[in-house]
Design a protein around this ligand. Structure first.
Ligand code: MRU
Length: 377
């Protein structure tokens, strides 16, 4: 088995790159985003002064990942309110910018509810804008705290599932500080294992077609000085067969009431592989990702992305040429199947780790009681 140098990646700067922040310069409040489409080549910031710019940033994946989409949605409503845009209209556009990650709509609704309530109570638009901003800030803070608690619960679970230690963890897509106010979801667990000396290797799926694993997870792993190795998504099977994977850790964009998990396309095949090879398949997500209003996997709307993301390579380092702005890798006019997510049924999920604790086995009843508990807190 090819095993790279334990510490790879050139950039060893510490983490702490904020994926987004609210700023109030003299020209007026703005939402500043780290443009994730440009990583790892460049760290470029995108300054959103109106909700339409944020909607575009969400659609283009400049800002992405379920928890961060929730936070961005909340700030988007606040931005609309403080800058005098029609708030209800902006909220609808933001919530509908991407359909699968339920956190986006949850974040938007929370700031929108705070705005509505303050407006109804006081009739003062400035006070209502302040209430929306306070709600977005609270969401941001809570996500940061949830991230730390998920990491602690996840690490305890890993130690329980893998008492021999020396965890070799496979992950898919990007679930670190680029998707969160804190250190993320699944990646935060791997990072906690690394810091406590228990992570032997982080296997990073490149995550076709937009390479969130290669571009973003490898970027975060390098900055944290983790022992990581990148693989093509197709190489995962042979890695399992070689006995090199002890656990799979992934995030989620929406968890239905029955425990079905929508996550980046390619997650379901990993769950099937994990089951065949008797490897735990663990999902790490905040409680806000559990959607009691979505009864099952079939009810989850899976976002379909443009075919050019498959027929062209749009890595940030390469010069642009094709219809989608990338280098064509398929004959002109080729049709592509490009769902952004897939759905893993609950019976293939070993455990769901949340900030409120671990659900295992994954059942409708266990998830419902977790949600009820979290609402009481
Ligand atoms: O299309 P993306 O990049 O927004 O997809 C992100 C993912 O699928 C993540 O795994 C998911 O949002 C969980 S992040 C904690």
């Amino acid at each position: 088995m090819a095993d790279q140098d334990a510490r790879n990646g050139e950039d060893k700067r510490p983490t702490g790159i904020p994926a987004l922040r609210w700023e109030e310069p003299p020209e007026g409040p703005v939402l500043v985003l780290l443009d994730q489409t440009r990583l790892p080549a460049e760290e470029v910031e995108l300054v959103c002064t109106d909700p339409a710019a944020l909607v575009e940033a969400i659609r283009s994946l400049a800002v992405r990942g379920a928890p961060l989409l929730g936070i961005a949605g909340g700030y988007g409503v606040a931005l609309a309110a403080v800058r005098g845009f029609e708030v209800e209209e902006a909220a609808a556009a933001l919530a509908g910018a991407r359909p699968t990650a339920v956190n986006l709509a949850v974040g938007v609704r929370r700031a929108q509810a705070a705005h509505r309530e303050a407006l109804a109570g006081t009739g003062d638009t400035r006070q209502a804008a302040r209430a929306a901003l306070a709600a977005a800030r609270a969401l941001h803070r809570e996500d940061t705290e949830a991230s730390a608690r998920m990491a602690a619960h996840g690490l305890a679970l890993l130690d329980e599932l893998l008492p021999a230690g020396g965890h070799r963890v496979l992950t898919h897509c990007n679930t670190g500080s680029l998707v969160s106010g804190g250190e993320g979801t699944a990646f935060a667990v791997a990072l906690a294992a690394h810091r406590s000396g228990r992570l032997r290797r982080l296997w990073v799926d490149e995550t076709r077609p937009l390479l969130q694993g290669a571009r973003l997870t490898a970027y975060e792993a390098a900055r944290n000085d983790m022992a990581y190795t990148l693989l093509t998504d197709n190489a995962a099977g042979s890695l399992f067969a070689a006995g090199e994977v002890d656990a799979v850790l992934i995030g989620a964009d929406r968890i239905a009431a029955d425990g079905s998990v929508a996550n980046k396309v390619g997650s379901y095949p990993l769950a099937v592989l994990a089951r065949y090879h008797h490897v735990p398949f663990v999902v790490v997500a905040p409680v806000t990702t559990v959607d009691p209003d979505t009864p099952d996997g079939a009810s989850i709307e899976v976002e379909q992305r443009p075919g050019y993301e498959v027929t062209e390579v749009t890595a940030p380092q390469v010069p642009v040429a094709g219809a989608g702005g990338g280098i064509p890798v398929a004959p002109l006019g080729t049709q592509a199947y490009n769902p952004a997510f897939d759905v893993t049924p609950p019976e293939l999920v070993t455990a769901i780790v949340t900030e409120e604790g671990v659900v295992s086995p994954v059942t409708t009843e266990a998830l419902a009681s977790l949600c009820a508990r979290s609402r009481q807190v």
